[in-house]
Design a binder for this molecule. Sequence first.
Ligand SMILES: Cc1ncc(COP(=O)(O)O)c(C=O)c1O
Length: 374
Amino acid sequence: MFEIYNKKLEDLKSASHFRAVSEFERKEGKYIYVNGKRLLNLSSNNYLNFADNEEITKEFLDTVGYKYTFGSASARLLTGTLPVYNELENIITSLFNTEKTLLFNSGYHANVGINSAIADSGDVIFSDKLNHASIIDGMQLSKGKFFRYRHNDMESLEKLILRERENYKNAIIVSESVFSMDGDIADLKKLVELKKKYNCILVVDEAHAFGVFGEQGLGVCEEFGIIQDVDLIMGTFGKAIGSMGAFATGRKVLIEYLTNKARSFIFSTSLPPIDIAFSKWIIENKLPQTYAKRMRMLNLAKQMNSESQIIPVIVGENDKTVKLSEILFQNGYFTLPIRPPTVPQGTSRLRLSLTADIVEDDLTKLKEVILNYM
Ligand SMILES: Cc1ncc(COP(=O)(O)O)c(C=O)c1O
């Protein structure tokens, strides 16, 4: 009975696709310690160094965190909600100047919940080809139909809309703002134009941009001045904010609909109050002081030809990618190989992500090693 799984695992191994969770000893700022070796961590979404940061954790626990517990023990619709959950939702609503916000347990929960609920039978979703797995999983659970357009290709999207829009009632366009594996930025202004022209709902996933882009750190929609043109913005607390959880913010009618229909919200125990309180504390007390270091990080990324803090080094074959990651490890860099199905076949890569404490000198040897290898 289990032979089939063994065979599948062997196939993964022979294609250099096999994955296992590795262990590290500890993290300290921009460094990670693995097998007694200190490495520059280029595989982290801890963009502002708020996660596993002893100083920040202690300050939070001493001033606020001690009041909160580690379990919520129920979904919010079942037992109600402590004030801190509503307070965090209200802060997000007021920062974005939207109508209403709903918290989710993670970005994965948010995308699965949003995309499965927002399109009913007779509706359609147009999704960027490189959108995150959680968006794809949500669409697959939806009763609506979905089509994927070529990555960030607005002509491909418009052609698809012209071909399909009239066959459906509601149409939804969904895109990441900063693409998680490529680091490029969606043509959001054109997406707004198309959604208005063809009467669609626009949903934007700011997972890698919330806490990084924009004057207040709200994301690319803030930076482009289009928050009010987007119907639903999703952001996570698990990346730049250094906590856990996610939000959807936008039109009241959509948020109330998700509260009633998003199964990942309805049928899962909510995050512990202490996590919610930590996200709130970071957003209120720490995020407002990060502008200079966020800009420094993005300038460093620009020098490496990336529009965002995520810098893809596309190698191609799996085994060659794994090898480059090992060479970089020997040279003091922690970068994990990213392979299909996370990225398309033939585009295995190292996904370098900068964090705010990394400086130019940290990357000199890295560039040399990569250039020699490619
Ligand atoms: C674009 C995008 N959306 C959503 C998620 C899921 O967010 P979370 O890690 O909070 O579940 C990720 C995670 O990597 C992501 O890259």
